[in-house]
Design a protein around this ligand. Structure first.
Ligand SMILES: Cc1cc2nc3c(=O)[nH]c(=O)nc-3n(C[C@H](O)[C@H](O)[C@H](O)COP(=O)(O)OP(=O)(O)OC[C@H]3O[C@@H](n4cnc5c(N)ncnc54)[C@H](O)[C@@H]3O)c2cc1C
Ligand code: SF4
Length: 496
């Protein structure tokens, strides 16, 4: 423990954000980074708890008290060694993780928790800035060939781990650049793409081969993969969006959030926007919110990203509607510490301006004479007792102006056509939600493993990294009978 009285003397501080008026004019990240002194002061707040709940709250089992202590001592190299032993990509989680570790921090019982996420970002940026991040080239190769399908955080983590174990890894990605939703999905103002590319370059130096613009199932058939590789790791994500089958759905102006968001990532990168994140041609041309009344349907993180992007496009108005009731402002009693708290979350995108509504039913899209969206009929959802039974009723039905509706209602399951249906013919099974079924990450087809959103369903970057690491270890045991790869230290609470 660096400073026994740190938590009594220092208050929690997180980096300031760039002013709203400035940041909505660009797509750069919005934190103004701390000085090193401030980071070490924040690390001094860690109490080095006998039972560090933060460690248990992290899906990766990050060894948090130890790296906090090393940061307090300004021993950055040791802090990096500890952090990188459990997390392949702290530069992603240090920026965009909702930080279940902080929700579980013991200090959080009666004071604001330790700023674990920002300490993590500071360690990894120090490490990159000071030449501590070196390619981890294995000294011996096993002669086994592994194909990883998908280059999101799950695919990247499993590739890094399997390469470390000495296997020859090829990552196939249908998009033109590697990164999955880190690259095409999550807006640049949350995660600038040079951060993703910097890691991909390290992995290439480690010997991992990336084959982008390669749609497995189309460009290479599942059968060929099974013949050519000793092991296949499926990490294709959960890509089929949940749409809203209500009257007027065929009008022009209603799109899944991902089509809108991935176009903007490409616009920022200055690359051709005619292909979507799945490599398919954009059916609907260029989508811009400029001068439009935008309605974002869905109150989650993807919806919040649509709000931030619409404000940067200079939309006329941005409204976000959510079917669920408004959560409480403070941690709900059903989710006491150290659980992930059910409570109202206001993102930096919301701070930039949005009209937010909860308990809303979206009833109908309304079009003009040319088939263009011009409004949405919505109603409030209320509970009413009818014949002694509580039932949902819709009241106060009204039409709000809308020329662009973005549906951010989540994802159903991975895309079945293509690779998965080819493997289904070989016996691949799916769970009741349509995700790839796997027992300890091994699917029902010999030598085929699965990790990330494709197996787990839509989740978080930190869970995708955790799945990639765990699946790699199981795959390594399958290939070699045992594994040198680290096993996760703890079982974790179920968060998100
Ligand atoms: C808009 C948005 C914002 C988000 N924001 C956050 C956030 O702030 N914090 C957070 O923790 N989580 C966030 N998430 C969730 C997070 O991004 C995902 O949980 C995570 O990326 C899943 O990782 P994955 O590797 O399983 O899949 P993905 O990241 O989806 O990657 C799968 C990759 O596989 C490729 N692929 C699929 N099929 C094939 C094929 N047949 N051949 C070749 N390639 C293929 C896809 O093109 C894709 O690149 C967000 C999600 C969205 C949609
Ligand atoms: S729970 Fe909080 S105070 Fe305790 S060890 Fe973890 S970060 Fe430090």
């Amino acid at each position: 423990m660096g400073k026994p009285t740190g938590f009594l003397e220092v208050t929690r501080e997180t980096p300031k954000k760039r002013p709203v008026a400035e940041r909505v004019g660009d797509y750069k990240e919005i934190d103004i980074d701390f000085t090193t002194d401030k980071v070490t002061a924040q690390a001094s707040r860690c109490m080095d708890c006998g039972v560090p709940f933060c460690h248990n709250g992290c899906p990766l089992g990050n060894i948090i008290p130890e790296f906090n202590d090393a940061v307090f001592d300004q021993n950055w190299a040791y802090a990096y060694e500890i952090l990188s032993s459990t997390n392949n990509f702290p530069e992603f989680t240090g920026r965009i993780c909702p930080a279940p570790c902080e929700a579980a921090c013991v200090l959080g019982i009666n004071k604001p928790p330790v700023t674990i996420e920002y300490i993590e970002k500071s360690i990894i940026e120090y490490a990159f800035g000071n030449g501590l991040v070196k390619p981890n080239v294995p000294t011996k190769r096993t002669g086994k060939k592994v194909a990883v399908i998908g280059s999101g955080p799950a695919g990247l983590a499993s590739a890094a781990q399997l390469n470390k174990a000495g296997h020859s890894v090829t990552v196939f990605e249908r998009a033109d650049e590697a990164g999955g939703l880190l690259r095409y999905g999550i807006p640049d103002f949350k995660l600038e793409k040079w951060v993703v590319q910097r890691r991909v370059e390290v992995m290439k130096e480690e010997g991992i081969v990336f084959k982008t613009s390669t749609n497995v199932g189309v460009d290479i058939k599942g059968e060929e993969l099974l013949e050519d590789f000793d092991l296949i790791m499926l990490a294709g994500g959960s890509t089929v969006p949940r749409m809203l089958p209500i009257p007027g759905s065929d009008l022009k102006g209603i799109y899944p959030a991902m089509e809108f968001l991935s176009q903007q990532n490409k616009r920022v990168a200055g690359i051709d926007r005619q292909f979507d994140h799945r490599g398919a041609t954009y059916a609907n041309g260029e989508l811009l919110a400029t001068d439009k009344n935008v309605v974002v349907i869905g109150g989650g993180d993807t919806g919040s990203d649509c709000v931030g992007t619409s404000n940067r496009h200079k939309a006329k108005s941005v409204t976000q509607v959510e079917v669920m009731p408004m959560p409480p402002a403070e941690r709900a009693s059903q989710t006491p510490w150290p659980n992930w708290p059910m409570m109202l979350r206001t993102s930096t995108s919301h701070e930039e301006g949005a009209d937010r509504h909860w308990s809303i039913a979206v009833k109908e899209y309304v079009g003009d004479e040319n088939g263009n969206l011009k409004g949405i009929k919505i109603a409030d959802i209320a509970m009413e007792v009818v014949d002694g039974k509580a039932q949902q009723v819709h009241t106060n039905e009204r039409e709000i102006p809308c020329e662009l509706a973005l549906i951010a209602a989540g994802f159903l399951h991975p895309q079945r056509e293509g690779l998965l249906s080819q493997l289904e013919e070989k016996g691949l099974e799916f769970d009741e939600r349509g995700n790839v079924k796997a027992n300890n990450y091994k699917t029902s087809v010999d030598k085929v493993f699965a990790a990330g959103d494709m197996r787990r369903g839509q989740s978080l970057v930190v869970w995708a990294i955790s799945e990639g690491r765990e699946a790699a270890r199981q795959a390594d045991i399958y290939l070699q009978g045992s594994s040198i790869l680290e096993a996760k230290a703890v079982s974790t609470f179920s968060v998100v």
